[in-house]
Design a protein around this ligand. Structure first.
Ligand code: MOS
Length: 732
């Protein structure tokens, strides 16, 4: 192989797993056959908080095929999550602190209180409905509308600062020539991955194999080691394909723990494949939010004050504060700023990070308020943004690693035809439809973690990259194969990437849009090591140093391998130290993916129906490894954003804390007919501070979408909707 091949990074290469996924060849968690496999189903609590006082399993046990009904009376012990150190990732990755089936305490409506194991899934689910549980309820806080009054400031951390203050924003707001002061609300949202959560668990003595729908193989492995008191080395997690994650498969939820527990209790391999309803009841979603966004400006639109405050909830037994004001730290050069995030603890299933936590809903408030301010000023909303484009990050003065918001707006306006928009609301029509065009900024911070990787070159010229990262449908393996091919100067077809298995070198969670840059950093480093070895072999054996396979043949080596990171315990500690220093070092930059979302809607003036009819999204995600898979990811994110804007809403009974629409019949998502062709473009400008200039894609595409839709609806109708989702009753 020669080093003179055309680079493949930047080429729209088809996904290597595309055929397997579209022809049914890809095997998902709930599809692994096991001899003697048993099936489990969950029994969910029907109260929000209290104690279990009685369990009657007689009828359930009598169902033909039932093997066991596990409750807190007879379940094997499991170690509590809360005992571990706060800094331990295996604790952080826990969705809740509840020690399921080892306690009689109930912490949310829907918490698993029993598990039925049977010869078939049907028998298990039928029997689960027959388990009778008696409760003694206690006081619970389940109504966000009233609970939000007790919200307290949310503590920040190294990755996600919570508040910020610069000058006296309230005074500047009061003195501003032009201002807006708006209140926005967003509802709770739930995960609806195409593949519902599932676990297949098999014990062999004290060795455990788990097939799992996870976007966090390594942390799940550590967590199961902790909970079931076996060494990490005894646990194998297998997850080659994941049918969507988006945050919902990042933490460890009760279904996973209880499948492993049930397998231990029954001595059988156990599969727990959650029903859609069970996903709602046992996997946390997104907190609702109340946001205040107040902006003050002089008559030229120069911002003198930016206030963004939010209230959201966490569970009393887990959850992470939603970083609602994250984007507001970086987007506008306001003279004064006040950012605050408050949280209240509730007796609901703990929330989790979901589809751009923070920015997805935070950009709704901020970018709709900016649009409103533009109207008050009589300025074009893009022009208003450009007049407030900061030179450095406005809160802390950190340098932007690179910032191309002007460029994404210029390209987006051109592709979308923004110049054809007549600014006055209600002034554009298409027959009976009111036409509206709206725009909003997309923003998502860029992080990278560290990953362990091996790269092996064989004498037949083939390359094997091994890294336990996750393929949730984004084309991760394809992108890393492109990167390795260029790094080693071999054809793309010569590279195979192994992923999705804890037997491989460990990678961090696929979350926070970190995976591509994180894995790329290690693939590049391992490739460099490998090339150094090749060069010294070439010198020793008198080859040209270009034809790698020939060098190996001459050296009499079947293969050589280079590794980054290490599977040893010491290596793991070194990896964690490297991770911390990477995070701390990266803090001096304000680094992000950004974009401009352009939306066109048609609104029916009689019914209030909103149709999204055109979309352009232009993004700066640093270097684009594969424009085909990246654009596809952006389209997916925009669809999620449109769902959030127009349809999605989890309905929680304010008396009982029970989710009332736990399924696709009652929780509405956009379907194909709701989505127009989506035009996506990239600047493809490498970030100088990231491996290969990759910033990370994915979540940025969800951000700004709801605001762009709301702004377009306002342009079409003159109605500004402050409350998601924008359903027709609100438009009328
Ligand atoms: Mo994502 S919400 O970090 O999976």
């Amino acid at each position: 192989m020669t080093g003179t091949l055309d680079p493949v990074v930047g080429k729209p290469i088809d996904r290597v797993d595309g055929n397997a996924k579209t022809t049914g060849g890809a095997r998902f968690t709930a599809e692994y056959p096991y001899p003697n496999l048993a099936h489990a189903a969950l029994v969910h609590s029907t109260i929000a908080r209290g104690r279990i006082v009685s369990v009657d399993t007689t009828a359930a046990t009598a169902v033909p095929g039932v093997i066991a009904v596990l409750t807190h009376h007879n379940a094997p012990p499991m170690k509590p999550a809360s005992k571990a150190s706060r800094l331990n990732l295996s604790t952080l990755v826990s969705g809740t602190s509840v020690n399921f089936l080892n306690t009689d305490q109930v912490h949310w409506n829907g918490q698993p209180v029993a598990v039925v194991v049977a010869e078939s899934g049907e028998a298990a689910r039928a029997a689960a409905r027959l388990v009778r549980v008696g409760y003694r309820p206690s006081e619970s806080v389940v109504d966000f509308a009233t609970a939000q009054r007790d919200a307290k400031p949310q503590p920040g951390n190294a990755l996600m600062p919570s508040g910020a203050k610069k000058g006296d924003a309230e005074a500047a707001l009061a003195a501003a020539a032009v201002s807006v002061d708006l209140r926005f609300t967003t509802p709770p949202l739930n995960h609806n991955a195409i593949e519902p959560h599932a676990t297949t668990a098999a014990w062999d003595g004290d060795r455990l194999t788990v097939h799992e729908t996870t976007q966090s193989i390594d942390w799940l492995r550590s967590h199961l080691a902790l909970r079931f008191a076996v060494p990490r080395a005894n646990i194998r997690i297998v997850a080659p394909y994941v049918g969507g994650g988006f945050g919902g498969k990042g933490s460890v939820w009760p279904g996973t723990l209880l499948a492993v527990l049930a397998a231990r209790a029954t001595g059988r391999p156990v599969r727990l494949s959650l029903t859609r309803e069970a996903v709602y009841r046992t996997v946390g979603g997104r907190t609702p939010s109340v946001q205040r966004v107040a902006l003050g400006a002089d008559s030229n639109g120069k911002l003198s004050a930016l206030v963004h405050t939010s209230v959201s909830y966490v569970g009393r037994v887990g959850g992470t504060g939603e970083p609602v004001t994250s984007q507001s730290r970086h987007l506008y050069a306001a003279d004064t700023m006040l950012l605050r995030q408050d949280i209240v603890e509730m007796d609901l299933i703990p929330n989790t990070f979901m589809r751009a936590p923070g920015e997805a809903i935070g950009t709704f408030g901020l970018e709709a308020a900016v649009d409103e301010l533009a109207y008050r000023l009589g300025l074009d909303p893009i022009e208003l943004r450009m007049r407030n484009e900061p030179a450095v990050s406005p809160v802390d003065g950190h340098k932007f690693s690179h910032r191309l918001l002007r460029e994404v707006y210029a390209l987006g306006a051109d592709r979308f035809g923004w110049a054809n928009r007549s600014p006055r609301p209600g002034s554009m029509r298409d027959g009976r439809w009111l036409v509206g065009m709206g725009v909003a900024t997309a923003y998502h911070p860029a992080m990278r973690f560290t990953a362990d990787v091996t790269v092996r070159l064989s004498a037949d010229g083939s390359v094997l990259v091994r890294c336990g990262f996750h393929e949730m449908g984004m084309g991760a393996a394809t992108a890393q194969a492109q990167i390795a091919a260029d790094a080693l100067g071999v054809p793309f077809e010569a590279v195979r990437v192994a992923y999705g298995d804890s037997d491989l070198p460990a990678a961090p969670m696929a979350g926070g849009s970190i995976q591509t840059a994180t894995a790329a950093g290690s693939v590049l480093a391992a490739s460099e090591k490998l090339k150094r070895r090749l060069r010294s072999l070439a010198r020793r054996h008198g080859t040209d140093g270009v034809h790698h396979a020939e060098t190996l043949v001459r050296a009499g080596l079947p293969a050589i391998e280079a590794a980054v990171g290490s599977g040893t315990r010491l290596g793991r500690l070194a990896s964690q130290a490297r991770l911390m220093s990477t995070i701390m070092r990266d803090r001096r930059w304000a680094r992000a993916a950004c974009g401009a979302q352009f939306c066109e809607v048609r609104v029916d003036p009689d019914t209030g129906e909103v149709r999204v009819t055109r979309w352009t999204g232009v993004f700066d995600i640093g270097r684009v490894v594969n424009p085909k898979t990246a654009a596809s990811q952006m389209r997916g994110g925009i669809v999620m954003g449109i769902g959030m804007a127009l349809a999605e809403e989890t309905l929680v009974d304010p008396r009982t804390g029970r989710i009332m629409n736990p399924g696709l019949a009652g929780y509405h998502l956009p379907v194909h007919a709701d989505i127009p062709p989506i035009d996506v473009a990239f600047l493809d400008d490498p970030d100088p501070t990231m491996p290969l200039g990759i910033v990370g894609a994915g979540e940025v595409s969800i951000t700004g979408v709801a605001a762009a839709v709301a702004n377009a609806v306002h342009h079409a109708t003159g109605r500004r909707i402050h409350d998601l989702p924008i359903t027709l009753d609100k438009v009328m």
